[in-house]
Design a protein around this ligand. Structure first.
Ligand code: ATP
Ligand code: MG
Length: 302
């Protein structure tokens, strides 16, 4: 069965999906005056090129489209990734904030649907060696960002380098992206093992990308979830799947996210569904959501 074809939904269905997402949002929005909480979702995966950046960008856009206040943080410290997919070339990054050449608010850019984008540059790693005053200054600004957003989505580098693991381990939610290919699954398992060495708090879910046949989704999830539970004790849920969709490749070439360049494409429809399910779950029952992601991250770095 061709998943790309079977999962296509028409304009009417797209509208009802959007209104469903809108209703979920209304249910989900915190009552006025209640405690502020920001959920941090790390998009990661063991292998390079499995689609992490595309998913981080388009999921962020779908969440913003549904009305959430979303900050997309490019935490792939080596390569500028998100800006290529999002089509925003930021003149300043977190590096400039670290060098005191800019304030944090100057490096938060606004994209489609009011999505905010923070390019990490290589700056965050430098904080590990910064003085206390510097840390206090930046942490205050980063906490303000957490207060101003419902969700922070992190795009991370592939692999199991320490600085990647720390970003992921401090998150509330971890989305492991893998294709159904055995090499990608092995790398995803390697990442789960490395993460489990110092598990903090997160909920782990799999997103299967570049699916060609619908039955690949269950098979991929079953085999990875069984191995994860048996060898690392990690429970791995299934967040969803995206078909291999030529609209994604075309979008990357045009530097316009697929959610905008091809909103009715199978991949864009699935991304909206996944965003809807994200917004629908028990977000504000997270008992630890009141503390700061960036504070946790910094204490892990020092
Ligand atoms: N669902 C999809 N259908 C078709 N092509 C896809 C899909 N998802 C990703 N791709 C293709 O895979 C390429 C790599 O995607 P992306 O850059 O998002 O991966 P990544 O995991 O972030 O890579 P890296 O590890 O280098 O950061 C993209 O250029 C895109 O063309
Ligand atoms: Mg990437």
């Amino acid at each position: 069965m061709d998943l790309a074809r079977t999962d296509t939904v028409g304009g009417d269905q797209a509208d009802s999906l959007r209104s469903l997402a809108g209703r979920e949002m209304a249910r989900w929005q915190r009552p006025p005056g209640s405690r502020s909480s920001c959920r941090v979702v790390a998009i990661t995966g063991g292998k390079g090129g499995v689609g992490k950046t595309n998913i981080a960008v388009n999921l962020s856009l779908a969440l913003a489209e549904a009305g959430a206040r979303v900050l997309l943080f490019d935490a792939d410290l080596g390569l500028a990734n998100v800006d290529v997919v999002l089509g925003i070339t930021p003149p300043l990054t977190l590096d400039n904030v670290m060098r005191r050449e800019a304030e944090l608010e100057q490096v938060v850019y606004t994209g489609p649907f009011g999505l905010h984008f923070l390019p990490g540059g290589t700056g965050f790693a430098a904080l590990a060696n910064a003085g206390t005053l510097e840390i206090v200054r930046l942490l205050g600004q980063l906490r303000a960002l957490e207060r101003d957003h419902d969700l922070i989505i992190l795009d991370t580098a592939a692999g199991i380098a320490d600085n990647v693991l720390r970003f992921v381990q401090a998150a509330d939610d971890v989305v492991i992206v893998s294709t159904p290919e055995p090499t990608a699954l092995l790398d995803a398992f390697g990442l789960l093992k490395a993460l489990a060495a110092e598990r903090q708090r997160a909920r782990y879910q799999l997103l299967v990308n570049m699916v060609r046949q619908a039955d690949e989704v269950g098979q991929t999830h079953r085999s990875l979830a069984a191995a994860a539970l048996r060898f690392t004790g990690t429970e791995l849920g299934l967040l969803g799947a995206l078909p291999r969709d030529p609209a994604v490749e075309a979008a990357v070439k045009r530097r316009v996210p697929v959610l905008i360049s091809a909103p009715a494409s199978p991949a864009a429809q699935q991304l909206r569904m996944i965003a809807g399910s994200f917004l629908g779950d028990s977000f504000f029952s997270n008992p630890t959501a009141a503390d700061s992601y960036f504070a946790r991250l910094l204490s892990a770095m020092r």
